[in-house]
Design a protein around this ligand. Structure first.
Ligand code: PSU
Ligand code: MN
Length: 304
């Protein structure tokens, strides 16, 4: 193991005995949700993973190391400190060398998970191609990472702050399988559906585990996206949330927000404009992803 990686004892034990481990990202805690709901969410997700029969490994950068598996005090620190860096692939070396606190995005969580030998990763939504990409060139590093790093990412699709058609085209170019769990269309995070038809649909978690297993046996590089729709009872009305997203995107433009600040700005605006309704939906869908993602991992390990 790389000397810059520090495994939590529970994670180490699980990996050594070939038990399922679920990676969890930390940007969703530091930049994706407000305090204290963020920390509460992070702890509950870990509980759901444990109840499902796997070991959770929330990943973050602290004290010049990649920490894989965090204690409660570290989760609290990540969720309630000023100046936590948002760390994507580009930033990993810098934040480790300067010993700052860094929260990992989907891209960097995938990198760290692969280094640690973790195959499954649960989150809310992945980054993607932003609307107005023709002008801004804003394409999340998450997409390129999915093209080269072999971790299966369970999410609720991507938010409509993104250009979902172009995001799917990009993933297709990079050769990333996008599997719909009990859905024929790409879920759009706050809503169960979009008008984008998926190429791969699985009705059971066992079927998804089998696809991932075949991909591993073939030694194909790159990750897999499992798109798990938000539960019907938690979904937000489409016209309502689409309207708010449009307003948020417009405000980001007007304020000249770009680069790594774009996604956190949009997420914050949406929470503000929905008076917390989007936050509630966001938290619920992460719990649902934790449940389904853990089951896929457990099924995968049962196949070996
Ligand atoms: N989408 C969400 N919530 C999030 C993020 C995306 O619904 O918290 C975070 C994830 O960490 C994701 C990152 O990897 O934003 C993408 O940022 P960017 O677009 O700057 O690559
Ligand atoms: Mn970006």
């Amino acid at each position: 193991m790389n000397h810059l990686i520090e495994l939590h004892p529970d994670v180490k034990k699980a990996l050594e005995s070939n038990k399922p481990v679920i990676a969890l990202e930390s940007t969703i805690i530091s930049h994706g949700m407000p305090y204290p709901q963020n920390v509460e969410m992070a702890k509950k997700v870990e509980d759901i993973v444990r109840e499902g029969g796997a070991v959770p490994a929330t990943i973050a950068i602290m004290d010049g190391k990649i920490k894989v598996g965090l204690d409660e005090a570290s989760l609290e620190k990540l969720g309630n400190s000023e100046g936590v860096a948002k760390v994507s692939r580009r930033d990993l070396a810098e934040i480790i060398a300067t010993k700052r606190i860094g929260a990992t995005t989907v891209a960097s969580t995938m990198i760290c998970a692969e280094m640690a030998g973790i195959k499954f990763f649960v989150t809310g939504g992945i980054g993607g191609v932003h609307r107005g990409v023709e002008e801004t060139m804003d394409i999340s590093a998450d997409l390129d990472e999915l093209g080269k790093t072999d971790v299966a990412v369970i999410c609720a699709g991507a938010k409509s702050i993104l250009d979902l058609d172009k995001t799917m085209e990009y993933l297709e170019t990079k050769g990333v399988p996008v599997i719909g769990y009990q859905t024929e269309v790409l879920p759009a995070f706050f809503t169960r559906t979009s008008d984008i038809k998926l190429n791969t649909v699985s009705e059971t978690t066992e079927d998804i585990a089998a696809i991932i297993k075949a991909k591993h046996d073939l030694k194909l590089e790159g990750g897999t996206v499992i798109a798990n729709p938000i539960l019907e009872s938690d979904e937000l009305p489409k016209e309502y949330i689409d309207g708010i997203v449009m307003e948020a995107v417009k405000e980001a433009e007007e304020n000249g927000i770009g680069g790594k600040d774009s996604t956190p700005f949009l997420l914050g605006k949406i929470v503000e404009k929905t008076e917390g309704k989007s936050l509630e939906a966001n938290i619920k869908l992460v719990y649902n992803n934790a449940k389904v993602g853990t089951q896929i991992a457990v099924d995968y390990f049962n196949m070996q």
